[in-house]
Design a protein around this ligand. Structure first.
Ligand SMILES: Cc1cc2nc3c(=O)[nH]c(=O)nc-3n(C[C@H](O)[C@H](O)[C@H](O)COP(=O)(O)OP(=O)(O)OC[C@H]3O[C@@H](n4cnc5c(N)ncnc54)[C@H](O)[C@@H]3O)c2cc1C
Ligand code: FES
Length: 351
């Protein structure tokens, strides 16, 4: 059985299946609603229910507080319909956004590569091509666990049937432990996507600063490769931080890109280089390396931040101290269940 959902201010009506969440129904109909974690944790997908009955599902009480539920707010990524309904959402105009409906796709794992002691490269040959914007992510269905986990698309070769994911193991984590310990070459997997609005705002024609930490390299890697493939001549800087040299995957690839493209600058940083006597790059965290490299002046840039929430928060503070503000900063936070209890400042609407 399906219910009718009207989405304002678009004035569009779509069908939502019983048990299907509102975000999923919208994205599969090619209608963009703001979202980030897709797991009821970050509150990015908050909507106002104007009319009709809904169930809140697994919305975290920190992301959707009791008084907000009383006011008719809901999280689109968790809420399901119990009747026909109408909702209001804040949907920003994005000139660089492509409308790509979310789909389920089947594929086979064709290669697994241990990129570092904690990060595994997963290469999936899809049965049909996946169209996505460089920077977006997919949800990988975890066999046997009945859940999905988000992973950014690291592919950069332009082959739309070959998807690369870089997965960092979270100790005790259901999804990442499966990928590291059980996933095998030849296994059939399902992904859904593409998700997210983390992509290059090319129409801005501004110098670009990418800041990546931990396993947050995937999106910047795909975005930078695409820009250079398209012969972008604007200055592009990647500040990329890892704990140690052995965790700094794709280091040689970026050194080579910087050698070949004069407009691309690569700034690697290690927070602990004690075991790497030969390291002559930056010592410290991503935000510290960026601050030093840009002499604390980020004006005129568009910045793209990707990685775990503490890294993003530190980078945001550094950028704002260096006079780059919210309208020029885009983030992809790798939010996990552990971050669910963080309540965001209402001062930040988008980042
Ligand atoms: C948009 C998006 C894109 C992402 N892209 C990538 C990517 O490209 N590569 C990648 O490796 N990851 C990425 N992630 C994160 C990835 O989805 C998480 O690693 C994953 O959700 C963890 O899943 P899990 O099932 O292993 O852990 P869960 O089973 O969800 O968690 C296991 C346990 O670990 C705890 N835990 C989880 N994270 C932490 C933490 N940071 N600190 C302390 N405890 C923690 C939890 O509280 C829980 O108890 C992305 C996340 C998002 C939202
Ligand atoms: S996308 Fe719904 S709470 Fe994060």
């Amino acid at each position: 059985m399906a219910y009718e959902l009207t989405i304002e201010p678009l004035g569009v009506t779509i069908d939502v299946e019983e048990g299907q969440n509102i975000l999923d129904a919208a994205l599969r109909n090619g209608i963009y609603l703001p979202h980030a974690c897709c797991h009821g944790l970050c509150a990015t997908c908050k909507i106002q229910v104007v009319d009709g009955d809904i169930e809140h599902g697994d919305a975290s009480p920190f992301a959707l507080m009791d008084f907000e539920r009383d006011e008719g707010k809901a999280l689109a990524c968790c809420a399901t319909l119990c009747s026909d309904a109408t909702l209001e959402a804040e949907i920003d105009e994005e000139p660089d956004a492509e409308t790509i409906p979310v789909r389920d796709l089947l594929g086979s794992v064709v290669a697994l590569e241990q990129l570092t002691p904690t990060v595994k490269g997963v290469f999936i040959r899809l049965d049909e091509p996946l169209r996505f914007q460089a920077g977006q992510y997919v949800n990988l269905h975890i066999p046997g666990a009945g859940c999905t986990r988000a992973f950014s698309i690291a592919s950069h070769g332009g082959d739309p049937t070959l998807i690369e994911l870089n997965v960092r193991i979270v100790p005790g984590g259901v999804g990442t432990t499966y990928v590291h310990e059980k996933l095998a070459v030849g296994e059939r997997v399902t992904i859904s996507g593409p998700y997210g609005r983390f992509f290059v705002r090319k129409s801005a024609r501004a110098p670009m600063l990418f800041m990546a930490g931990g396993s947050g390299l995937s999106s910047p890697r795909a975005m930078i490769h695409e820009l250079l493939r398209e012969d972008c001549t604007l200055p592009i800087t990647l500040v990329y931080g890892q704990r140690s040299r052995q965790e700094l995957y794709y280091h040689d690839e970026f050194l080579e890109l910087a050698r070949r493209h004069p407009n691309f600058t690569y700034v690697p940083a290690l927070s602990d280089a004690s075991g790497d006597a030969g390291w002559d790059g930056y010592l410290g965290f991503v935000h510290e390396a960026a601050r030093e490299h840009f002499d604390n002046d980020f004006r005129g840039h568009k910045a793209y931040l990707c990685g775990p929430p503490p890294m993003i928060e530190a980078c945001l503070a550094a950028l704002m101290q260096g006079q780059l503000y919210e309208r020029d900063i885009y983030t992809e936070k790798f939010i996990s269940a552990a971050d669910a209890q963080q309540v965001r400042s209402p001062l930040f609407k988008r980042v």
